[in-house]
Design a protein around this ligand. Structure first.
Ligand code: ACO
Length: 379
């Protein structure tokens, strides 16, 4: 029996705070005209002080669960693609698992730069179609504003914050994630990197004063890599299922630069209507860009059941990835009131459950210590 991994839920979250090009031009040597012309970006959303990658991802995940009408306890797997986790460890996926009350889910983070969401989608879809799991939550979430050097005009104009999520569920009907291709070329690792904070350059006073905790990027080389890779990966994933770019209903490219998107569209001979772009409103949100775009495209009615969609990304690593999806779900009606209440209750209980577990763990650690001390005295 052939199994398929269907996209049954989707959600997104972007912070309320918007930074326009004009506002940015007041603090750094740039102009709205330059940014729009060279990148297509008009504004970006930035996380408030109390927002993090996990908090934004939780909002996106809750929305996706609503669309799928799914109880989080039924999730088997949570994958979070991010370059800006809340901590090096524990994984951001575990923080999300706890907040959702997804008590039966395995959870891990995945690092593949802006290709991360496509990597996550591919891993989850393959685990589902192999019969290992039934339901997976795949998230792309970033708080890039925390690793951007706001005095470096070469990078700070490009990035924004946000999160996007999809839920994959196994089914016997044909459709869903039909195929994926993933690739990497580590020889380009130095083109896009965050030098400090890992084992090579641990965070220190020196690493901070040298500014090594900020994104470093060779923009032109990344640009050329992207223009070459995106059309190639799109063709490859379509060929895997015996299709070609002419069969595509919508291409969802990683939102990094409008000129990259247009070059990819030209190479694939796709019309502007067949290529989705929200770069003007969000900037580059790295691993979050594709799921946010996917979600907005569905909400705008640009993806309908039966449509063939390709999500294609490139990013730090260097990495790339593409996934061909046969869409099978219509836009659902809004959640009825009683279900909204149930949902709030469920997340309240998840928080309560988490507190109880923390207290129980603390108490049992205390008892174990007393017990050990007692035994030492006996000896
Ligand atoms: N405002 C005004 N001038 C600027 C700015 C700015 N914000 N940034 C650069 N310039 C200047 C440069 O200093 C340069 O001046 P010079 O000629 O006097 O030296 C001039 O503009 C041209 O600079 P280029 O770097 O050649 O500009 P380019 O047209 O290549 O655009 C950009 C730069 C937008 C960064 C482009 O190369 C790009 O988009 N590259 C891809 C980046 C990308 O996609 N990164 C994300 C990867 S995904 C991930 O994993 C995070």
């Amino acid at each position: 029996m052939t199994l398929y991994a269907h996209v049954v839920g989707w959600g997104k979250y972007v912070p309320r705070h918007v930074l326009t090009n004009d506002e940015l031009a007041r603090t750094v040597d740039t102009t709205d005209e330059w940014i729009r012309e060279r990148t297509g970006i008009g504004q970006r959303h930035l996380a408030e002080d109390d927002e993090t990658t996990a908090s934004m991802a939780i909002q996106a995940a809750r929305q996706a669960l609503d669309v799928a009408r799914l109880n989080p306890a039924r999730l088997d797997l949570i994958i979070v693609a991010t370059a800006t986790p809340d901590h090096v460890f524990p994984a951001t996926a575990c923080l999300i698992q706890d907040a959702l009350g997804a008590s039966h889910a395995a959870a891990f983070d995945l690092s593949a730069g802006c290709s991360g969401f496509v990597y996550g989608l591919s891993v989850a879809a393959n685990l589902l179609t192999a019969g290992a799991y039934q339901t997976a939550l795949v998230i792309g979430a970033e708080t890039l504003s925390r690793i951007v050097n706001w005095t470096d005009r070469n990078t700070c104009v490009l990035f924004g914050d946000g999160a996007g999520a999809v839920i994959l569920q196994v089914g016997e009907n044909e459709g869903g994630v039909l195929a994926s291709v993933l690739g990497a070329d580590g020889s380009g690792g130095d083109l896009l990197r965050l030098p400090a904070g890992g084992s090579k350059i641990p965070t220190s006073h020196r690493s901070v004063t040298d500014g090594l905790h900020f994104i470093e990027m060779e923009g032109r080389q990344v640009f050329r890599f992207a223009v070459r890779t995106m059309p190639a990966a799109t063709r490859e994933v379509l060929a895997k299922v015996g299709l070609s770019p002419t069969d595509l209903d919508l291409l969802i490219p990683h939102q990094a630069n409008q000129r990259i998107i247009e070059a990819a569209a030209k190479s694939l001979e796709l019309s502007a209507e067949t290529v989705y772009s929200n770069l003007e409103r969000h900037g580059n949100t790295s691993a979050a860009s594709i799921p946010i775009a996917l979600c907005e495209a569905v909400e705008e009615g640009r993806i309908q059941p039966g449509n063939l969609v390709v999500a294609v990304g490139f990013g730090a690593g260097l990495t790339w990835g593409a996934a061909a999806i046969r869409w099978t779900r219509p836009l659902p009606a809004p959640l009825p009131r009683w279900q909204q209440f149930l949902r709030r209750l469920r997340y309240f209980l998840a928080r309560f459950r988490s507190r109880v577990r923390r207290v129980r763990r603390r108490l049992s650690a205390h008892w174990v210590r007393d017990d050990l001390n007692g035994r030492e005295k006996d000896v």
